[in-house]
Design a protein around this ligand. Sequence first.
Ligand code: ATP
Length: 383
Amino acid sequence: MTTDNSGDVRLSGISKTYGSFTAVHPLDLTVPQGSFFALLGASGCGKTTTLRMIAGLEEPSSGTVHLGEQDVTHLPPYKRPVNTVFQSYALFPHLDIFENVAFGLRRRGVKSVKKQVEEMLELVQLGEQARKKPHQLSGGQQQRVAVARALINHPKVLLLDEPLGALDLKLRRQMQLELKRIQTEVGITFVHVTHDQEEAMTMADTVAVMNAGRVEQLGAPTDLYENPQTTFVANFLGTSNLIEAEVDSRSGEDVVLRAGGGKLTLPRARCSAQATTGGKVLVGVRPEKISLTHADDAGEIPDGRNRITGRIADSSFIGVSTQYVIDSPVCPEFEVYAQNIDRDPRLVPGTEVVLHWNPAHTFGLDAAQDIDAGVGTVGEEAA
Ligand code: ATP
């Protein structure tokens, strides 16, 4: 039995330099046929350049691009079985929606377009809008026309360059689900560029986190979130509390660490750093994994949990949760997100608390990295 891999995207050692500046360092990457793949990173990290090299809009300085078995490195864009959807929808203003979608077929000399266009409009749920002009549609609807117009050419791969960037937050969230549905329905490979981590995690089955022209980590969204391998990824995808700790010993499948006079347990399988006795490791834990207990009740905390002490510096009630900032000897601004169920009214700024969590939710990173890497980039831009 042969499997169709004509929609695989295989990048081998591709790089892009502009004069002495390297926008993309040599990169090896395979996007399997039929997957929804996201290139995620802050502005300027090289994600658009990578996408443009796949589209043929940018010539790689080195390396090759394969689509399935075909080497397309030197093919012009229009000869590649790919289509790109950009942030600016670039619809033809004088044509109605039907004709915008039909455009690619007509250009190829296809005579009877009605059935295909109608099917495509149904796919993007715009059947009723066929005779309207682009300016009569909302931003989200216009973007769906752009998707339909690209898909009607039956590309093997659809490239999406920040396609939702011009939409307001609510519409963007709706369109993320909509694009995911469309991708599942048509089953072709989608490669999506975004700086919005929530967007990447909502839609993609595989995310490549890019930083300064390199892929820092690649994996399923849950894997990247739960097991970040670098401080950049730990801070770029959500928030991480990072504690500098020293390796005390090993105990079975765990590493025991010393931090601020106390001990913490880290599963060895979740440590991407060399954990040699006496060596340094950055211990990470996500804010929502931590429980807060008033210091007076510390005796009630079950054994076996990682714990540190601190004082509440700030608390913000944001509806679904309360976000606390804790001043702790091991970390000056420890963040804790607590769901608003049975809130302890004593947990106000100034209160001494114990922070505790299941050791299984601890991850370990190489301490030689910049602890602030990636902080505050995504949320600010995506807001
Ligand atoms: P954004 O989200 O802002 O589009 P990006 O991650 O997609 O960012 P790229 O557009 O790939 O980033 O650009 C990567 C780097 O390459 C940037 O520093 C950019 O300034 C630089 N660059 C891109 N195109 C050129 C060019 N034609 N000449 C010189 N430098 C360029």
